[in-house]
Design a protein around this ligand. Sequence first.
Ligand code: SAM
Length: 424
Amino acid sequence: MSKSEFDIAKDSLDAGNFSLFIQEQERRIDSSTIGLITEPEIFEFISSGLGEGHPNNWITRESTWNSGLYGPDHEMSVSEHFLHAVWQVFSLRVARKLEIIQSKVRISDKGAIICFPGGFDLSVLVSYEGAGTPGSVFIRPIAAIQNPTGMLDLEGFLENSTPREKNAIKSAVTSVDKLVYHRGTIVHVDRQRENVFGPTVDTVVLSELLNIELRKRKKKSTSILEVGPGSGLITVSAALNPATSRIVSVEINEDAASCTLKNLQINGRRPTSSMVSVSVRAEKFKPQTLGEKFDIIVCNPPYVPEEDDGLEKLGATGYGKAISGLELYDDVINNLDHLLQSGGRALLMMSSVSFDYAINRIQEGFEFEFPLGRTGYKVPFDLDMLWDRPSWKDQLLSNKSIEQDGAGTIYHRIVPIWIHRNGQ
Ligand SMILES: C[S@@+](CC[C@H](N)C(=O)[O-])C[C@H]1O[C@@H](n2cnc3c(N)ncnc32)[C@H](O)[C@@H]1O
């Protein structure tokens, strides 16, 4: 059996030699690169090596990202060397992806990318410059957060940040180009031209869980159905995974279906390839019309109840289709019996605002588990209409579907769930 990324990283740290590690990292399309630093043993090693325990300081220190510092006489500690090695692999990978994006769509020549190198709890904001000229993209780390609630929570980055960091954060929030990277997959959403919600923390968590499941599978020919791919991060990442043989993605929003196709192309998978067959259908999900069964179904459905009038108005927009209405839970969960292969599993995202609704849909003959625990992750719930509809907000607060902290930030909990037939 081939060694895991973690074992190779540990061996290289023990030997103080990183050439094999770098080669191996470059070979793996879904490698976690700097995400490895959150593995407890590696974390401990670097903390004691640098006498400093915060990944933000590890990643943003100049010796990690600035190759110009290293001359023949320069001495590096093993921890510094490791951080430099993982940064090199990571930044090269991101720079290559950016160059491909530039060759296919127009993006600003400076900006920021929100990155999840691997694992659940490390997000890194990087700035890029020099887009437009092949070979000249320069990537620099701005800040790293080790905490799942910080994922995609750009305001979280603002705490204690320098003016340079604040500018990069502003650029990530306000730029027309939303760029999110997860484990070797990058997705681009043009906020002006595409009527697409774009990946949020839920997407990244589902993508990571799917990645874990695919790594466990002995069977290297897994078929996957994604319902509502949006920007396509999960579909694209699954298409790159060697365990996947077929993906069908069904998306009601035409812009989102096109965005998924664009992101498949950016990441090197076209709708048809000899290794994996990918079909993106721009239509409302109708289980009966699919005519096939899948090993895995993945769905990040809208999870805001629609009864509230403030939300109804949103229904027609891409944003509204992405967040409001609970019917996709019914459409997916009620049809698992004829959509899942024997031994198949469905991965869905629930929110504390829709938890009871979704759980009550699960039919007899099926069981479920919560890969991140029943309470999942607490993440910001930034819906403007909460403020427009104070009574709805009060109701959600009183039944504890959402929480508000002293600074007024509102949170909900995202709870992924795996559903499968009893005994399988
Ligand atoms: C929460 S968003 C998913 C976001 C996505 N994970 C991403 O990275 O952009 C839900 C998606 O489901 C789609 N959707 C909603 N109802 C649908 C339906 N009945 N059939 C197919 N897609 C649907 C929405 O258009 C939206 O793209």
